[in-house]
Design a protein around this ligand. Structure first.
Ligand code: TK8
Length: 339
């Protein structure tokens, strides 16, 4: 055998072996991605998680498999965040509000009445300010891929219709585990109780708390209408969700794999925002049909609440930093001027 021939055979064999090894490895072991979330499968969150899973499957040719696990089966938001940081879980979607203990700048999104419509939300979250806050997660062991819409939050309770701020007095109101929410509702006079979402339904059912606040979609999908008689349309804050990845795990992925996840996060975000907004427009009717008594907060009363809550703004500005606060206000002025 000539030297050339021998070298050729060796090279071909190595190439073939290499190719079949990696094909074999991929056949046997696609990358498994546990994607946890808090709401149930029938919710807007569940539907979008499925869109995310399908997009990853398709773009990776089946080499990356997302197991979407809802209903907080992997734990409430805060527990999943720790699992991601430690590398015990790959991905999740959850509220930005529960991330404040990890990245304080996330508190910006908790500002009452900061964002007044979907257009402002999308521009702010998908633009430089949203990116800056999202990228802050990296130093804490998380990679934020995209913001989904949780939505404008509204009040429900089992005691009485809330027409004025004073009606909140003595109402035990569950809030997310977040200081801005706690202070906001204390300021408005409610008896605010921080609690994980996964405990909320039974807390409402057993009257451990009287009320809660969440977007229409969640009030519907989590069947809160079964245990809450009154809903007050307050739109007191726009709440985002954020799709996050364990940085420990992310750093082991190839650039192509990272791109698959990033693209799928955006595809599912676009689906999710549209789906959520469609559902929200029908939700009041649906909730009325389920027997809820619904009132809208009067503009005068809403203005009174905003006024009272400006006190919380100082707290948020101090937490997120004056520069970020001012930059956000300036950006909102720009968005509003454009129309
Ligand atoms: C779901 C939560 C939920 C949030 C809350 O895990 O806790 O009230 O609005 O969407 O993140």
């Amino acid at each position: 055998m000539t030297f050339l021939r021998r070298t050729l055979i060796a090279a071909t064999t190595a190439a073939l072996l290499g190719a079949s090894f990696s094909a074999l490895a991929q056949d046997i072991k696609p990358r498994l991605i546990r994607f946890g979330y808090g709401l149930n499968e029938q919710s807007n969150q569940g539907r979008a998680a499925k869109v995310f899973a399908d997009a990853v499957d398709k773009a990776s040719g089946g080499k990356m498999k997302v197991r979407a696990i809802g209903a907080a089966a992997l734990g409430p938001d805060t527990q999943m965040q720790q699992a991601l940081i430690g590398g015990a879980q790959e991905m999740m979607v959850g509220s930005t509000a529960t991330l404040v203990g990890i990245t304080k700048e996330m508190a910006l999104w908790d500002t009452p009445f900061l964002i007044s419509n979907a257009k402002e939300a999308d521009i702010l979250l998908d633009g430089p300010i949203g990116d800056k806050i999202r990228n802050k997660l990296q130093e804490k062991g998380l990679v934020g891929l995209a913001y989904w819409e949780n939505g404008f939050r509204n009040l429900t309770n089992s005691k009485r219709a809330i027409n004025t701020m004073e009606d909140l007095q003595g109402v035990k109101l569950r809030v997310m585990q977040n200081n801005v929410f706690l202070s906001s509702f204390q300021t408005l006079g409610a008896n605010a109780v921080p609690m994980a979402f996964s405990e909320l339904f039974s807390a409402l059912e057993t009257k451990t708390v009287d009320g809660q606040e969440n977007p229409f979609n969640t009030i519907l999908s989590s069947k809160f209408y079964e245990v809450q008689k009154y809903m007050t349309v307050t739109n007191h804050v726009y709440s985002p969700w954020i799709v996050t990845v364990s940085k420990k795990w992310w750093d082991q992925l190839s650039k192509d794999e990272q791109k698959v996840l990033m693209d799928a996060a955006k595809v599912s975000r676009d689906f999710e925002r549209k789906d959520t907004r469609d559902e929200a427009t029908r939700a009041i009717g649906d909730l009325k049909a389920k027997g809820m008594q619904i009132n809208e907060l009067s503009p005068a009363e809403s203005a009174r609440m905003r006024d009272k809550l400006t006190k919380v703004y100082a707290l948020i500005a101090a937490d997120v930093g004056m520069d970020l606060w001012n930059e956000t206000q300036a950006e909102l002025v720009k968005i509003r001027a454009k129309k």
